[in-house]
Write a protein that binds this ligand. Structure first.
Ligand SMILES: C[S@@+](CC[C@H](N)C(=O)[O-])C[C@H]1O[C@@H](n2cnc3c(N)ncnc32)[C@H](O)[C@@H]1O
Length: 307
């Protein structure tokens, strides 16, 4: 069972359960945040067990899992908002586990995902990526490649759309984001689209406030995460790369579409005692907010420009 789609079971199973007449014992997502590794592993094993049963015996497909998960629902909604064409050839920049690549493949001719893949836990990354695509029968239309967003191996005008979805948060810095936009512009055809989708730091309800409190802890105390960009900053980056006539949409799906799960304990050792104290206080506050209100992603800004 491929790990990438298995992860989606956490939010898909509770949604499918009433239709399947089952009552699986899976804790709500809000309670995953302060679990220890043993408890977390137990949830993962439980999700795996339920998935195995419903995939084998209940006429459920991997597509049902993807389409009923918060992440799948949000990526599909984003792909639709992008107004892709069934002849589009899409570059998915910073594709990660391929959740947006899957959505883009439902609306286009083919997708190439690229990712730097230099983080921890990246062993078997592409085999997991392809396993997910096989499970969804997309392997003939979606491929993945290790590449930096700022220097890709593609010739100019190779794609009709280049999209970067919930990925700039993991780019090295703002210069990398601008360089990536420039590269995306180079590889799309004249008249093609460069599209960026990222959460913005403007929560619209308590669950989104809780998300932001935890995400900001992640930015401050973990590694590899940039703050969510302000709308004005995003527009400025597009303008600096030479785009005019930029289209912007603010989309508020209020789903668990980019969960900022992380364990603070891994990052505490280099901190002074006072920093540790402050980090724990901020993290505990985030946990308490998530327990009270749940956690959903703040609105996503979709920025689209034509070459
Ligand atoms: C949050 S994940 C991707 C989310 C994914 N697009 C989705 O729809 O679920 C961000 C990804 O950006 C990748 N990344 C970070 N810097 C990059 C760079 N300079 N070039 C390409 N990928 C990069 C990371 O390796 C990570 O897999």
């Amino acid at each position: 069972m491929g790990v990438n789609l298995q992860i989606l079971g956490k939010t898909a199973i509770p949604r499918l359960a009433p239709k399947l007449n089952i009552s699986p014992e899976i804790p709500e997502s809000r309670f995953l945040y302060d679990m220890n590794m043993k408890e977390f592993d137990e949830v993962v094993r439980n999700v795996e067990r339920v998935l195995k049963v419903i995939l084998e015996k209940a006429d459920v497909s991997w597509w049902d899992i993807y389409l009923n998960s918060d992440i799948g629902m949000e990526r599909i909604a984003l792909a639709k908002e992008m107004e892709l064409d069934d002849q589009d050839i899409v570059l998915d920049v910073g594709c990660g586990r391929g959740y947006f690549s899957i959505a883009a493949a439902t609306e286009s001719k083919s997708v190439v995902g690229i990712d730097l893949m230099n983080g921890s836990g990246r062993a078997n990354w592409w085999s997991n990526f392809y396993e997910g695509m096989h499970e969804l029968n997309l392997a003939d239309r979606v491929s993945g490649l290790k590449s930096s967003a700022t220097l890709t191996p593609f010739k100019s005008s190779r794609f009709t759309v280049a999209a970067v979805v919930h990925s700039i948060r993991n780019f090295q810095n703002k210069e990398t984001i601008k360089a990536a936009l420039k590269e995306m512009k180079r590889v799309v055809v004249k008249g093609g689209s460069v599209i960026l989708a990222e959460n913005i730091p403007t929560p619209r309800n308590k669950a989104q406030e809780a998300h932001l409190q935890m995400f900001n802890c992640k930015v401050k105390y973990a590694t590899g995460e940039l703050s969510y960009p302000q709308k004005e900053e995003l527009i400025e980056w597009f303008q600096k790369v030479g785009f005019r006539g930029i289209e912007i949409k603010e989309l508020n799906y209020n789903l668990i579409a980019t969960p900022p799960l992380f364990c603070l304990d891994y990052y505490l050792s280099p901190l002074s005692e006072i920093q540790k104290h402050n980090a724990r206080a901020a993290y505990d506050q985030a946990i308490s907010m998530i327990h009270t209100w749940g956690e959903t992603s703040p609105p996503t800004l979709l920025v689209k420009a034509r070459k």
